[in-house]
Write a protein that binds this ligand. Structure first.
Ligand code: VG1
Ligand code: CO
Length: 539
């Protein structure tokens, strides 16, 4: 029975860098989630006869959200939903299922790397038929329409059992519950040489994969332990939990504490890696060795020939402006184009669809290729394992040889969290006004060569996006400032810094960048304006 429910708008349903992200309790307000879903349906001209992929990272409210979604989809005339068993599906797996089945889009319920639970965050990622999250023109339209929604449609029926694989009908809509891992594994088998990886583990190679109690635990168990033969127990924090067991599922040196302890401990395995809440981010570690995500992208690019799917050649590469310039040096040496886009994976989609790029990545632990239209944590891990299998070298050796070949971009990111939004906005606005006056100015040995907002003109759809402020120095060092678009309380100022070195390759990034960090704080008046003496998180 279809019911039409009257509702009143919420005014804050603006999607940020990775979909709509809110405190779980905000999402749980009466009609909040329903309003947002119905607004998307309305904005895209209805969903009658369409097919969608649905899943989530298993966080608190995932199960309830999926049931609401199923009933709203049926009431709005959707022809078919493809749902991950028990409502689980990682973001990359969802993009793959979408592309493979040529569906009209996907809804993944996740706040990605944000913590989960009733007192933390929930989110909705919406992708269209491209396989990627929708462009700003559409998120703007959704936001606009969310201001005037007055009703939504939903079925008045009991919850649907999505615990068993198979097909069922719900008032004219087909529901196919799938094993969310099977298709994903098939896709990866089509890219990498699984036999070579099995040999690697047979030879005694050891690894730890930290799934951070989030969605990729079962993927990791199946792929690394069951298929490739990594020792049982290689996957830690492998059971998805609604609150991620209290972990902050952001795979970095600060939050992946258990893994860091293991990799920097006495009996460290050969390889360490982690994913975020929804499986699109990755961190790569060797024994007592950390690979910065910007370097990782550059190293994967340099080794594309080792991977069956890419060995005959790749198109260009792309990085977000905040990511270090390492990959662009590598691309240049290989004779490829290197694009620079705003932060957020959606900006890579047009470049992939138009065959301008194959690989892309962000400093925030995201790496991927055109096999799907999202970043892909396990893909990046398998790529690294493949390089190790082919070269017989350690993570540290591979990285250091890369630096020797191309030089090293020392890189660091400071996050200043929980700043009053008005203070953060004013800091950015005033800094932007000040930028022209910085040109040519000297700070000790560093001379500003260019200071301007980062503006991206999409070569495919012609849209123009401003994202962050960039200060470049004559020696190639850079500072990028931007405000986060994924936070759910206050504002987070991110300051990204890099310095290029050809000779001194074994220094501490924090030490190499200490002067740049001082200049960054001074230029933006971070201390006087925010009261913060130090960043809250350094990655
Ligand atoms: C952050 C990262 C960005 C990433 C985004 C979504 O955004 O900096 O690189 O694309 O999260 O990641 P922001 O606006 O807070 O800096 V996630 O893993 O959705 O999926
Ligand atoms: Co994520």
């Amino acid at each position: 029975m279809i019911k039409t429910i009257s509702t009143t708008p919420y005014t804050d349903q603006k999607m940020g860098t990775g979909g709509l992200r809110k405190k779980t309790k905000v999402m749980m307000q009466p009609n909040y989630f329903e309003n947002f879903i119905q607004t998307i349906f309305n904005t895209i001209g209805g969903v009658k006869g369409k097919t969608y992929v649905v899943g989530g990272d298993g966080r608190y409210f995932n199960d309830i959200a999926i049931q609401k979604f199923i009933k709203m989809a049926a009431a709005n005339g959707v022809a078919k939903l493809i749902i991950g068993q028990n409502g689980y599906m990682s973001t990359p797996a969802g993009s793959n299922v979408l592309l493979k089945n040529k569906t009209n889009g996907a809804f993944i319920f996740s706040a990605s790397h944000n913590p989960g639970g009733i007192d933390n965050d929930f989110g909705v990622k919406y992708s269209d038929e491209t396989g990627g999250q929708v462009p700003t023109s559409i998120t703007d339209a959704i936001y606009k329409n969310s201001q005037s929604i007055s009703e939504y449609q939903i079925l008045d029926v009991p919850d649907v059992d999505i615990s068993k694989i198979g097909t069922q009908q719900l008032e004219g809509m087909t529901i196919e519950v799938i094993d969310p891992i099977k298709d994903y594994v098939e896709m990866l088998e089509g890219i990498f040489d699984f036999e070579a990886l099995k040999k690697l583990f047979k030879s005694g190679f050891t690894m730890k994969f930290d799934a951070m109690n989030a969605v990729t635990g079962p993927y990791g168990k199946r792929i690394f332990e069951e298929i490739l033969g990594a020792a049982p127990g290689s996957v830690i924090n492998a059971t998805p939990k609604p609150d991620f067991g209290g972990l902050h599922p952001d795979p970095n040196m600060v939050y992946a504490k258990e893994l860091i302890g293991i990799m920097y401990g006495d009996n460290a395995p050969d390889f360490g890696c982690a994913n975020d809440g929804d499986g699109d981010r990755n961190m790569i570690l060797g024994k007592k060795f950390f690979v910065s995500p910007s370097d990782s992208l550059s190293i994967l690019t340099d080794n594309y020939k080792l991977i069956p799917a890419y060995k005959n050649g790749i198109y260009g590469v792309a990085k977000s402006a905040a990511t270090s310039t390492a990959v662009c040096r590598t691309a240049k040496a290989l004779g490829m184009d290197c694009y620079e886009v705003p932060t957020g994976w959606k900006y890579f989609v047009n470049l992939m669809d138009s065959k301008r790029i194959t690989f892309c990545g962000e400093e925030s632990f995201g790496t991927g290729s055109s096999h799907i239209r999202e970043k892909d944590g396990i893909w990046a891990i398998l790529f690294w394992l493949s390089i190790i299998a082919a070269t017989g070298k350690s993570v540290e050796e591979i990285t250091k040889e890369h630096w020797k070949k191309y030089g090293r971009s020392y890189y660091i990111r400071f996050d200043f969290e929980g700043i009053d939004k008005a203070v953060a906005d004013k800091l950015m606005a005033d800094l932007e006004t000040k930028l022209p006056s910085l040109n040519g100015k000297k700070f000790g040995e560093y001379e500003v060569s260019e200071a301007a907002p980062f503006i991206y003109n999409d070569p495919v759809d012609g849209s123009s996006t401003k994202n962050g402020l960039v200060v470049k120095f004559a020696d190639g060092s850079r500072i990028v400032y931007r405000l986060s678009g994924t936070g759910t309380s206050g504002a987070t100022l991110r300051v990204y810094m890099e310095k290029f070195e050809q000779n001194h390759l074994d220094e501490e990034p924090l030490n190499m960048l200490k002067d740049i960090a001082k200049i960054a704080a001074e230029i933006a008046e971070i201390r006087p304006r925010t009261g913060k003496q130090q960043p809250d998180v350094i990655t």
